[in-house]
Design a protein around this ligand. Structure first.
Ligand SMILES: NC(=O)c1ccc[n+]([C@@H]2O[C@H](COP(=O)([O-])OP(=O)(O)OC[C@H]3O[C@@H](n4cnc5c(N)ncnc54)[C@H](O)[C@@H]3O)[C@@H](O)[C@H]2O)c1
Length: 332
């Protein structure tokens, strides 16, 4: 099989390495707007460097898009029109109109576009979904989700990030929908700037809390932020009528109990997403190779990405207006 990678920066380089190690991938083709970077990665991975996205699309059976967010919609369109099955890093786009255009285009062309919400491939979240679906958890009452980054990104990144809900918590919205098998119908979100004044300058916040109401009536609370001195803390707790379970709690979780006799904070706590979700990133691309080969169904569609975006936009509006917001209000 021949696979292309478009954009070999932070995450694209990792994806290219993972694909290089996949026994089904015989030929790897990369392209980067920075041609020297593309050449260097191609040499390091015994891949071929293409001169352009259009040229790459003529040489591959499937393509991974890992270029910056503002390029995703255009490149997805190119790939879908070329009939090339596509994996795209999240998000499709930061605005609803562009996302919906892509959703419509993919449907019209019967295209395959797998979105990179890697938490769906994490063992803990898979087990949580199973606990809900099998009935082992019973009726779901409450969900608690935490998404805490270790350190803020640079201000230049914030300017085009779409804000904390679309940039960081979009992963929480996708995974909680997937684990519960339910939609979020209403949110009430608050934000504060407690870490760095650059967030105020960018009309963004660095610390959030909020509530979520699900279609079954279950209630969720979320917390998150851009600074956590102990590391990258991504967790979920589910409280049901038969069991209570947690995801993301292991001996590298950047949290420690103050009860007597409990261990100190781990010295090797997860520093960032590539460590925390290493196995999940590998598994999502393994699945993509199976999707390209026709052995598997697309596990995460552009329509799923639209739903998470709606929740993030509802949180933005809720924070601005200081009131609960129905998702239907944003979707209308
Ligand atoms: N799923 C996740 O957890 C996760 C984690 C990190 C990043 N991401 C997403 O991945 C994407 C890339 O993020 P990153 O941190 O790797 O960015 P990055 O800036 O490190 O890398 C982007 C690369 O794309 C290249 N590029 C820019 N425009 C291009 C174009 N038109 N064609 C080809 N190459 C182009 C750049 O030169 C650069 O090498 C973003 O959309 C981001 O949201 C997702």
């Amino acid at each position: 099989m021949r696979i292309g990678v478009i954009g070999v920066g932070r995450i694209g380089r990792f994806h290219a390495q993972v694909l290089r190690a996949n026994p089904h991938v015989e030929k790897l083709v990369v392209v980067d707007r920075d041609l020297a970077r593309g050449d260097a990665i191609a040499t390091a991975l015994q891949a071929i460097a293409a001169p352009s996205v259009a040229e790459l699309l003529t040489q591959v059976d499937g393509v991974v898009i890992a270029s910056p967010t503002d390029t995703h919609a255009t490149i997805i369109e190119q790939a879908v029109r070329a009939g090339v099955p596509t994996f795209c890093e999240k998000p499709v786009a930061l605005d609803l109109a562009s996302t919906r255009r892509v959703v419509a285009l993919v449907a019209e062309h019967h295209g395959t576009v797998q979105m990179g919400f890697q938490r769906r491939f994490d063992a803990g979240y898979i087990a949580a979904r199973h606990a809900v679906q099998s009935g082992a958890l019973g009726r779901v009452y409450n969900v608690r989700i935490a998404g805490h980054d270790p350190a803020p990104p640079p201000e230049s990144y914030l300017a085009s990030s779409g804000g904390i809900f679309r940039d960081l918590h979009i992963h929480d919205f996708d995974i909680v929908r997937w684990v519960l098998g339910q939609d979020i119908v209403e949110v009430y979100a608050q934000g504060a700037v407690l870490v760095d004044d650059m967030f105020t300058r960018q009309n963004d916040v660095d610390t959030i809390a909020g509530t979520l109401r699900f279609s079954s009536g279950a209630l969720g609370v979320m917390t998150g932020g851009r600074h956590n001195p102990l590391g990258y803390d991504i967790r979920m707790e589910l409280f049901g009528s038969k069991d209570s379970v947690t995801v993301g709690w292991d001996n590298r979780t950047p949290m420690h109990s103050l009860e007597p006799g409990m261990p100190a904070a781990p010295a090797n706590a997860y520093p960032m997403f590539l460590d925390r979700f290493d196995a999940a990133y590998r598994a999502e691309l393994e699945m993509f190779v199976d999707v390209v080969a026709g052995r598997a169904e697309n596990p995460c569609t552009v329509a799923d990405a639209e739903q998470s975006l709606l929740v993030a936009l509802a949180c933005d509006r809720s924070r601005e207006l200081h009131r609960p917001v129905m998702i239907a209000e944003i979707a209308a």
